[in-house]
Design a protein around this ligand. Structure first.
Ligand SMILES: C[S@@+](CC[C@H](N)C(=O)[O-])C[C@H]1O[C@@H](n2cnc3c(N)ncnc32)[C@H](O)[C@@H]1O
Length: 179
């Protein structure tokens, strides 16, 4: 049985070659802003390796998976489905209802790339817009996760990191956790 608290991001429509960087950023954003794993539909070995490298270095837990297609994964998902789309209901109006649904069940946040097939809109329990303006899956995901967790994800602690960033007013400092 899936963990009720689990938050998973499903990245649809990855186009090898063209979307490597964007898909990587979906994964990095999912990790940094509190999701437990990202599932990428399509051949995405490069984004998978990059995100896993960040998990090794800066900590987890966070998992990256690839699946051949969305259909079986969406069919078998046992929980709430949120599809992020500029055509959806405004996040600020629906976030309470989404959080209440997630109190009872794991949550899948779906983001697209090119045109998202209509069956995804129909499968979703909530079609959610972060503004009703066109922008990006990375931006939509970031705002949605922050609303879902009400900002608590910003104080998250990471396990099994080999390195950590030391926040500085000016300059850059990354240290080994053994230091
Ligand atoms: C560049 S958009 C392309 C969407 C495409 N035109 C369509 O109609 O499905 C890629 C993804 O960014 C996300 N996105 C873009 N604008 C959004 C918005 N205002 N709110 C939430 N998600 C958005 C959606 O997940 C979308 O699938």
């Amino acid at each position: 049985m899936q963990d009720t608290n689990e938050v998973v991001v499903l990245r649809l429509g990855h186009r090898p070659g063209r979307d490597e960087r964007m898909t990587t950023h979906v994964g990095l954003t999912a990790r940094a802003l509190g999701a437990d794993r990202v599932v990428i539909a399509g051949a995405a070995s490069e984004p998978k390796a990059t995100v896993e490298g960040v998990v090794d270095r800066f900590g987890g837990p966070f998992a990256v998976e690839t699946v051949d297609g969305r259909r079986a994964f969406l069919r078998e998902w046992d929980g709430v489905v949120v599809h992020l789309t500029m055509y959806g209901l405004p996040v600020q109006e629906i976030e309470g209802e989404v959080r209440a649904a997630h109190d009872e069940a794991p949550l899948l946040a779906v983001v697209g790339s090119e045109k998202v097939p209509f069956d995804v809109y129909e499968r979703a329990d909530f079609n959610v817009g972060v503004t009703n303006q066109p922008h990006s899956e990375v931006a939509g995901l970031a705002v949605f996760l922050d609303r879902l967790f009400e900002g608590r994800e910003l104080d998250r602690e990471w396990a099994d990191a080999s390195h950590r960033v030391v926040p500085k007013e000016t300059g850059k400092l990354v240290e080994s956790v053994d230091e």
